[in-house]
Design a binder for this molecule. Structure first.
Ligand code: GLN
Length: 535
């Protein structure tokens, strides 16, 4: 039976609870334990798939096609945990299930209530993941901040679960903030005391506190926090700001987090260190041999979280090439008004990420034309591939009206359009082409050179597709169809001839990249950008 670790957050949001949970997963894996990770989100959307990135940040997609919170991306990047649609539990999903059961008559005669019906549904879902994945430890991160009304059912569920399982089988970790007050020159422990007090009111006593702080905590402060919050002094863990998120596992290990967790869960295992991570990731992050600037042209540039996996995968491509990638963020609307030459003058590579809707589209088309003509390495992802197709059709094939029906329903030249099954879609939630599909790759292409394989599986999240009606016209002018989905004959990868590196893919490779195993396309793209740096 899997043991559970529940991770809650207090004081403020954005404390890096997801990274803390992922780092804990990494540390436990390094000790030889198999882990699963679950994210509980208290909002009422069934999944974040219909939310604007400005609201929610990136929507992360799993192999089985679940649209999930971006914290699941951290989990997959830090650990080997295999995630699925069950790894993401929203209040929306839970209520939807309970209300559907009520309508079916499953609770006939009873009043359906938050306790026990909603909390039972949450517990069942948690136990199901723990059981089906056959892991030693299931880490459960509760989204939101303690004190929010909407997260109460989740907190009540984990309170019950720990009580049912007993002390060596479940553990509560609370991630909290010690704000530094400059004028007083000290960190304040009061918000943490209040937050833990709030948890105690609902029957949860955390055994470990992860204290996020800009400055080191003194022994005296540790003792004070321990006394007021009912934890052992050794369980007051300092989580100091670090330069890079991949430093977090090593920093928490230094504080003894893994030893402490194993002790509290009554598990005895030898410590084999974090050598591979230190050598393969941290050493290269700290002292890269080279540097390169890569531009990302997107419409959600203002929000750091909107392209999370893209930025991470570029960093991984850098690590694989022993280089630091500096990202130049360019708003595609800005590109509509300004000469691309001016905006892209420092970029040795340009990436256009995924996106929805017409805003900023023409700016992206201008960026593609510029990099195609100036032979600057280009990587187009999902919408980025669709834009590259539109640009090629317009400027290389004299199809002036070329567009996607997403942006111009009446276009005379729909080089990107909906396939039949998408035309029938009525509900927008979870109805895109989602999750992993097969792609076969042509030998002799840049994609084949990167993957070194003729058959790959990559994750999708889109409705529109390359329109095969235009395939031969575009191929005739030098477009290369480098990858196809064999079952439905859908274009998955395009390239162009006579260009140092110009690759567009309909899928999202960024979701499968890891710091110690960069995605092949990101590795190759950064290598191509570095090659341009020397010229
Ligand atoms: N909006 C495009 C589509 O739905 C691209 C989606 C994406 O980039 N994820 O096909």
């Amino acid at each position: 039976m899997s043991k559970f670790i529940f991770v809650t957050g207090g004081v403020v949001s954005s404390l890096g609870k997801g990274i803390a949970a992922a780092s804990l997963g990494k540390l436990l894996e390094a000790r030889g334990l198999k882990t699963a990770i679950i994210k509980c989100d208290p909002y009422l959307n069934v999944d974040p798939g219909t939310m604007n990135p400005f609201q929610h940040g990136e929507v992360y997609v799993t192999d089985d096609g679940a649209e999930t919170d971006l914290d699941l991306g951290h989990y997959e990047r830090f650990t080997n945990a295999v995630l699925s649609k069950d790894s993401s539990i929203t209040a929306g999903k839970v209520y939807y299930t309970v209300i559907t059961k009520e309508r079916r008559g499953d609770y006939l005669g009873k009043t359906v209530q938050i306790i026990p019906h909603i909390t039972d549904e949450i517990k069942e879902r948690l136990k199901k993941v723990a059981k089906n994945s056959g892991v030693d430890i299931t880490i459960v991160e509760i989204g939101g901040t303690v004190g929010d009304i909407e997260s109460l059912p989740f907190l009540e569920a984990i309170r019950q679960l720990r009580w049912e399982l007993g002390e060596h089988y479940a553990l509560n970790i609370h991630v909290t903030l010690l704000p530094y007050i400059r004028s007083a020159g000290e960190q304040k422990t009061k918000p943490t005391q209040h937050s833990v007090g709030r948890l105690r009111e609902i029957g949860i006593i955390p055994q470990i506190l992860l204290c996020r702080t800009e400055k080191s905590i003194t022994q005296e402060q540790r003792e004070k926090i321990a006394l007021f919050c009912n934890v052992d002094v050794e369980a007051v863990i300092e989580a100091l700001d670090v330069r890079h998120i991949y430093e977090v596992p090593a920093a928490l290990k230094k504080e003894g987090l893994d030893d402490l967790v194993l002790k509290k869960l009554n598990i005895k295992l030898p410590d084999r260190g974090l050598k591979q991570w230190e050598e393969g990731v941290l050493k290269r992050l700290r002292s890269p041999a080279k540097e390169v600037k890569i531009a990302v042209v997107g419409k959600y540039i203002a929000l750091q979280d909107a392209y999370k996996s893209i930025y991470e995968a570029l960093a991984h491509g850098g690590i694989a090439n022993n280089a630091k990638v500096h990202i130049i963020r360019i708003d595609s609307e800005e590109m509509e008004k300004t000469d691309p030459k001016k905006l892209l003058k420092d970029a040795r590579g340009v990436l256009i990420p995924g996106g929805f809707g017409g805003r900023g589209i023409e700016g992206k088309v201008r960026a593609v034309q510029y990099v195609r003509e100036h032979k600057i390495p280009f990587f187009g992802i999902c919408l980025g591939m669709q834009i590259a197709t539109i640009e090629f059709a317009r400027n290389m094939c004299a199809l002036k009206d070329a567009n996607s029906t997403e942006f111009d329903k009446e276009t005379k030249c729909p080089v990107i359009s909906l396939i039949e099954e998408q035309k029938k879609v009525k509900n927008l939630g979870a109805s895109m082409r989602l999750g992993a599909y097969t792609c076969v790759i042509e030998k002799g292409t840049k994609a084949f050179e990167a993957y070194k394989s003729a058959k790959i599986f990559e994750r999708h999240r889109h409705r529109y597709e390359f329109n095969n009606v235009y395939r031969s016209a575009l191929e005739g002018k030098g477009l290369v169809i480098a990858g196809r989905n064999p079952e439905r004959d859908l274009v998955e990868i395009i390239e162009i001839k006579d260009h140092p590196w110009f690759v567009g893919c309909q899928f999202h490779p960024e979701f499968k990249s890891k710091p110690d195993a960069a995605h092949p396309l990101f590795r190759a793209f950064v290598a191509a950008a570095l090659a341009g740096e020397k010229n």
